[in-house]
Design a protein around this ligand. Structure first.
Ligand SMILES: NC(=O)c1ccc[n+]([C@@H]2O[C@H](COP(=O)([O-])OP(=O)(O)OC[C@H]3O[C@@H](n4cnc5c(N)ncnc54)[C@H](OP(=O)(O)O)[C@@H]3O)[C@@H](O)[C@H]2O)c1
Length: 217
C-alpha cells in the first residue's frame, strides 16, 4: 500500500480499472486444493482490488471526478451457482456488491464506480475446451471486449458490455435455478475430466521424454 500510494502521489488518476484476477484452481472441489491457493485467489480478486481502490479514491474525491471499473463476472450475477469454481464466483460477488455500494456512496462526488460482469472472453483464464464448444461464437476476443467495455464506462453500477453476453444473460434468465445448477455442475464435471486427461497425457509424455534421455545416456 505504501509503494502504491507513493507511486500515485501527484498523478491525476482519472480512470482506475481493477482488472487483475485469478481463476485457478478451477474446476475443483473446495477440499481438493490447498487452502493457500484459495487464499491467493481471494488476495488478488478481492483484497488487492479493495486496497487499490482505497488508495486512488482520495485523489478522485479531491478533484471531484473519476471512474472506477471493477472486473466482476457473470458467474456471480447472471446465474445462481458456479460449482467447482466456488471461491472464484464468491470473490466476484464481493466485487459487484463493493461496486454497487461505492457507486451510491461516490456518485454525488463526481465518481462513477462500475462492475462489469462478462461471460467468457477468449483469454488464458478460460479453459481451452470451452473455446472449442458450441459457446465459442458467443465468446468475444479481448480486443472486442475491451472496445465494448470502454463504451460502457459511466453507464450504471453493473453491466455486461458485449452484445453476445447480453444475449446469454437474457437466456440465463429464462431457466429455472435448479436447471442452471444441474447444467453447470454437469458441464464443469465434463471440463474437469477433460483437463485431468490433458494433465495425465502431459505427465506421461514428460516421463517418456525423460526415459529416452536416460536411454541415450
Ligand atoms: N476471461 C473471462 O472469460 C472472464 C470472465 C469473467 C471475468 N473475467 C475477469 O476479467 C479479469 C481479467 O481476466 P482475463 O480473462 O484477462 O485473465 P488473464 O488473461 O488470466 O489475466 C489476468 C490478469 O491478472 C493479472 N494478475 C493475476 N494475478 C496477479 C497478481 N498477483 N498481481 C498482479 N497482477 C495479477 C495478470 O497479470 P500477469 O499477466 O502479470 O500474470 C493478468 O494481467 C479478471 O478479473 C477475471 O476474473 C474474465
Amino acid at each position: 500500500m505504501r509503494r502504491l500510494q507513493a507511486a500515485i502521489e501527484g498523478l491525476d488518476v482519472g480512470v482506475l480499472v481493477n482488472n487483475a484476477g485469478v481463476a485457478r484452481p478451477a474446476m475443483a472441489y473446495l477440499h481438493e486444493a490447498d487452502v493457500e491457493a484459495w487464499v491467493r485467489m481471494v488476495r488478488v480478486n478481492l483484497w488487492a482490488l479493495t486496497e487499490v481502490t482505497a488508495a486512488v479514491l482520495p485523489g478522485m474525491v479531491e478533484r471531484g471526478r473519476g471512474a472506477v471499473l471493477n472486473m466482476g463476472s457473470a458467474s456471480s450475477e447472471a446465474i445462481p451457482s458456479f460449482p467447482l469454481n466456488t471461491i472464484y464466483a464468491a470473490t466476484k460477488r464481493y466485487v459487484s456488491m463493493f461496486s454497487r455500494s461505492l457507486y451510491v456512496e461516490y456518485r454525488s462526488k463526481g465518481i462513477d464506480v462500475q462492475c462489469q460482469a462478462p461471460f467468457f472472453v477468449a483469454t488464458r483464464l478460460v479453459p481451452s475446451a470451452m473455446l472449442d464448444s458450441w459457446l465459442s461464437p458467443l465468446v468475444p476476443t479481448p480486443d472486442a471486449y475491451a472496445r465494448a467495455a470502454v463504451r460502457w464506462i459511466g453507464h450504471g453500477p453493473l453491466c455486461t458490455p458485449a452484445v453476445s453476453h447480453q444475449l446469454l444473460w437474457c437466456l440465463a434468465g429464462v431457466l429455472l435455478d435448479a436447471a442452471h445448477d444441474w447444467l453447470r455442475l454437469r458441464e464443469h464435471l465434463r471440463l474437469r475430466a477433460l483437463s485431468q486427461r490433458a494433465r495425465a497425457a502431459r505427465v506421461s509424455a514428460a516421463d517418456r521424454g525423460e526415459k529416452m534421455t536416460h536411454a541415450k545416456k
